[in-house]
Design a protein around this ligand. Structure first.
Ligand code: SF4
Length: 396
């Protein structure tokens, strides 16, 4: 099933920096607004340990490249967008792709939207609503009013991804190879692994992220089913994530996703309509990619992918017990005791600085793990760089 529908990729085994595209900046800098507060440096260097931004120098050629001169594309930047969330003046911003959506609608393209799980809860907060129960439905309604033909739920693809990842993991466990298996649905983490831990690339799951899996299904299968030329479809992925813009532009994904909007860009579109979101009658996601389990929805937060994989394992083999506990800041350990007495150890870690510690513990034998879920952002995608700014961080 996975291969038929294009859900897997072999890129993780052979990728090198050369295949990373260098398109328009995803993170845009306006140095005239910079007040040298250093918040971006702390977010990048100290928390994420990426060192794409520094006070004096930045980038691969740190000795020769003066501060503020180098494009972030030419540095180790993983596009997690955490620097943008911390910048108090707007000197760092995410590329705005809203106009591309308006243009596609104006040109009469078959515009399809797909919404990630983490977007709905933050939109509820942004619009001061008490709950997010009908938020997904309200988003569908407004997007349809604007001119979207269909709106699908990325949580549907998250379920598929969890299912495929669990199968891949069970196979690796049985054969005792390419373990621990690392998740590959966070593009910030994938780029981080390519740059700093290439020896672990074969250990990354071959399953695409939910965004790219659903993109492949829609462009390669659904288009045929509805009799629309894939060239006429403009697929708009709505994500909490800035790195997803980068992921969609990677050469190996063949342009399955046309435009990625962050939650903040979606908020801009909604506000521009002047529609009071609280008054909007909710509509269901379109079928067939409108259904998901609670596990699919939980992809938006740390531990969600691992939890979903564990649920699939529970469904496939008899499990005696499942226990989860925090073992360090940003790191949770889940122990799954199988019927035969074997204990499967899953680690969920968020924040790239924490990831370095986990990998060093695995390498030096201090931590035993069979499967590792990695999310680059704080608490997972819910803390993504494309989410509305927390009130205590952003003043503007
Ligand atoms: Fe994107 Fe989520 Fe990874 Fe952050 S944790 S870079 S929001 S996929």
């Amino acid at each position: 099933y996975a291969q038929d529908f294009g859900l897997t990729t072999n890129r993780f085994e052979k990728i090198s920096k050369k295949t990373i595209t260098d398109k328009n900046s995803i993170i845009v800098r306006d140095n005239a607004k910079c007040i040298l507060c250093g918040d971006c440096v702390r977010a990048c260097d100290e928390i994420q340990t990426v060192a794409a931004i520094d006070f004096a120098y930045r980038g691969f050629e740190a000795q020769v490249v003066p501060s503020f001169e180098e494009k972030l594309e030419n540095t180790e930047c993983v596009f997690c967008g955490q620097c943008v969330a911390y910048c108090p003046t707007g000197a760092l911003a995410i590329r705005n792709d809203v106009d591309k959506v308006y243009k596609a609608i104006e040109e009469g393209k078959y515009v399809i939207g797909m919404i990630a799980p983490a977007v709905r809860a933050s939109l509820q907060e942004e619009f001061g609503m008490e709950d997010d129960i009908a938020m997904a439905g309200r988003m569908v309604s407004i997007l349809k009013m604007i001119g979207f033909k269909k709106v699908f739920d990325v949580a549907f693809a998250a379920d598929l991804v969890a299912y495929e990842e669990a199968h891949e993991f069970m196979e690796r466990l049985e054969n005792g190879e390419k373990l621990p298996q690392f998740t590959s649905c966070c593009p910030g983490w994938v780029k981080f692994a390519e740059q700093y831990y290439p020896e672990y690339l074969p250990n990354l799951s071959s399953v695409k992220s939910p965004q790219m899996a659903l993109g492949a299904i829609i462009k390669k299968y659904y288009a045929r089913e509805i009799g629309v030329n894939p060239e006429d479809i403009v697929l708009v992925s709505i994500m909490p994530c800035t790195a997803k813009k980068f992921e969609a532009e990677r050469e190996e994904f063949e342009g399955d996703i046309d435009i990625v909007l962050t939650t903040r860009e979606l908020v801009k579109i909604f506000k521009a309509t002047g529609i009071d979101i609280k008054m909007v009658e909710p509509e269901s996601f379109d079928r067939p990619y409108g259904l998901s389990s609670q596990s699919g929805l939980s992809f938006g937060k740390t531990g969600g992918v691992l939890g979903s994989v564990v649920k699939v394992i529970e469904d496939k083999v008899n499990v005696k017990s499942v226990n989860t506990r925090e073992i360090a800041q940003g790191v949770n350990l889940t122990e799954v005791e199988l019927e035969n007495g074997k204990v499967v150890r899953g680690v969920a870690v968020f924040g790239l600085g924490n990831v370095r510690k986990v990998i060093s513990d695995i390498k030096e034998g201090r931590l035993n793990a069979d499967v590792v879920e990695v999310m680059a952002c704080n608490y997972g995608c819910i803390g993504g760089g494309g989410q509305p700014y927390p009130n205590d961080v952003r003043t503007r």
